[in-house]
Design a protein around this ligand. Structure first.
Ligand SMILES: *Cc1c(COP(=O)(O)O)cnc(C)c1O
Length: 290
């Protein structure tokens, strides 16, 4: 466990910026999934729960993080996986860590509390963890990313799926009254909903900047330009980034500097939220893109 996570300087395309390497916290309980699970697991332990039940898609970083964390703490883990039964590298890793998988239709997946109640409603040992680890405890864990900083930054960047991580970062920035702008890159199409998600947890949005044009077609969608960028960035910096989240964030940082929306000499921090096994779901794209 590497905490506080280190900050590394990178120079790419003649711009220098810093990356907070939350991907190095743990290989499997990686990045923001570790931050989110920290207080969720403490809550589960305080309630004497022995079995974690959670939800995700077939390439969910959260499922792998939960499987590995449960194993480390001698807890059982079960996941409801969205869609028809499949196997892939990510799910194989989950199973190696002892997680049990239940595949459920997209329709029944929508009502997660119902799925939980039906199967585990009478089981006192069982603890519900929402998809992606979204919970008030997760926000607290993510504010600690900001508390670990001991130098000032003008701009902090993160990728967003549910916006939980972004909400925690914004809360941390506001609580410490930092003169820092938070830049959030939604990885889904029509990402302006992230603003409302963040507002559930943090009312002061004055330091929030949403950049909704870097989704590359939607969640887990890529194009050759993004894949080429990821290859070039990783090859020139030695820092691996993934095609679903951090690749889109780094693309946005580079693009915003190139277009002078962010000053070249500004002090920029990117949060590497981990999730590198997401590359496994896109191997074919990497292989065919120069
Ligand atoms: C899950 C994940 C995110 C999205 O986090 P949210 O809190 O849901 O916005 C970002 N980056 C990586 C690598 C992830 O695995």
């Amino acid at each position: 466990m590497q905490l506080p996570s280190p900050i590394h300087q990178v120079t790419y395309n003649n711009h220098t910026f810093s990356i907070k390497r939350d991907d190095l916290i743990d290989p499997f309980v990686s990045g923001n999934k570790w931050r989110k699970l920290k207080y969720i697991l403490l809550d589960a332990a305080a309630k004497n729960k022995k079995h974690l039940v959670t939800f995700g898609g077939a390439y969910s970083n959260h499922l792998l993080a939960t499987a590995a964390a449960a194993a480390k703490h001698q807890l059982k883990a079960t996941a409801f996986v969205r869609g028809e039964e499949v196997n892939n590298e990510m799910l194989s890793l989950c199973k190696i860590f002892g997680m049990r998988l239940h595949f459920v239709s997209r329709e029944s997946y929508r009502d997660k509390l119902q799925l939980f109640e039906n199967r585990y409603g009478n089981d006192e040992n069982t603890y519900f963890i929402n998809e992606g680890g979204a919970a008030p405890e997760a926000i607290i864990g993510c504010t600690e990313i900001i508390e670990e900083l001991n130098e000032p930054f003008d701009h902090i960047f993160c990728a967003a799926g549910t916006g939980t991580t972004a909400a925690g970062l914004l809360k941390g920035i506001n609580q410490l009254e930092l003169d820092t702008q938070l830049h959030v890159i939604p990885v889904l199409k029509n990402g302006s909903f992230i603003k409302e998600e963040i507002a559930h947890f943090e009312q002061n949005l004055s330091r929030l900047n949403l950049h909704t044009n870097y989704h590359f077609g939607g969640y887990a969608k890529t194009n050759p330009e993004l894949i080429s960028f990821i290859k070039d960035f990783s090859a020139k910096t030695g820092i691996l980034i993934d095609p679903v989240y951090t690749g889109k964030m780094c693309y946005a940082i580079n693009d915003l500097i190139e277009k002078n929306h962010i000053k070249k000499d500004a002090r920029i921090l990117a949060i590497h939220t981990g999730g590198l096994f997401g590359i496994l779901g896109k191997i074919a794209e990497f292989e065919k893109t120069p």
